[in-house]
Write a protein that binds this ligand. Sequence first.
Ligand code: NAD
Length: 342
Amino acid sequence: MATNKKLNKLGIALVGLGKYASGQLAPALKETKNCYLAGIVTGSSEKAEKWKTKYEIPESNIYNYENFDSIRDNPDIDIVYVVLPNALHKEYVIRAAAAGKHVICEKPMAITESDCDEMIEACRKAGKLLSIGYRLHFEPHNQEVMRLGQDKVFGNIKSIVADNGMEGTEGWRLDKTLAGGGPLMDVGIYCVQAACYTTGMEPVAVRAKELPKTKPEIFKTIEESISWEMEFPNGLVASCKCSYVEELNRLHAEAQKGWFELSPAYEYKGIKGKTVLNTMNFPEVNQQALQMDDFAEAVTNNRPSPVPGEMGKRDVKILQAIYRAMETGKKVQIKSSKYSLI
Ligand code: NAD
């Protein structure tokens, strides 16, 4: 097959051309140094036509969900990026790996921990790298929080508060079968991530409470808001909340010798940080471009991704434990991952 490959860049194919792929990833792929938008996978011929023109994608690099597996024969595509509703991640990651492609999978990695196991195994078996779309690991304010917390710059952390929420959602996110749950799966995962990367630890137990629904006619199969606590091995507690009816976006850590915080903490742009001593002063970056460039470099140099499938699995395990705690009203213990993260 003739190749349209750009010199010295890995080709990425986006699977699922929804809001995130069109609003963030495709524009970011115009700024990347190590990779570029080489192909698309979509169920819509109208979208295919639009993207073909807008991003100059050759016809031979355009797939639908049925003929997707033949991407195996396309040398232009090195990496498949799965940007579908949560419950579909598993199938497309496994199919991408079976087609011999490296894979980026959006968060949350899957609906259950055992799905994550199958996805990790599929990539391992195919000898392909798997990473999760954890863009904040490439964002300087969040990286600073990792440093302040993990290096104990203000001493041991005593407590963390992490909140994330937005007013309103729609479509598949309201359907538990496709989303796996409510705001916890969608935006609460950022609080789970933040507590882990700020402490450099994994929680050992969780407690959770669903908050009363103000719009039960909308949130029929999922929670509207949930608050939960994550207990870490040294006794530190992270208190978290997420919601589909409230704007929230904060990460705050209290340490022995002072505090530090980000607010907003998890946005694509405009993240701001402060410590007890000063205001953080970091440049605004294109998080998605840095995330994809890092993965392309990991593939080229055959090194692990800092945000691998195992990290995605750890977080899905924690999310599932939070739901169990919410449903039972009891504290739920979490087994530690074999894989050392952070
Ligand atoms: P979206 O609804 O805008 O897009 C989903 C796409 O999947 C659409 O193009 C839709 O046509 C397609 N699709 C294929 N099969 C479908 C089916 N059976 N039902 C519904 N849609 C189907 O969603 P989105 O906001 O782009 O989110 C997609 C994924 O990206 C989710 O996993 C989400 O959590 C993740 N995401 C990540 C970030 C981030 O910051 N990392 C931000 C937004 C979304």
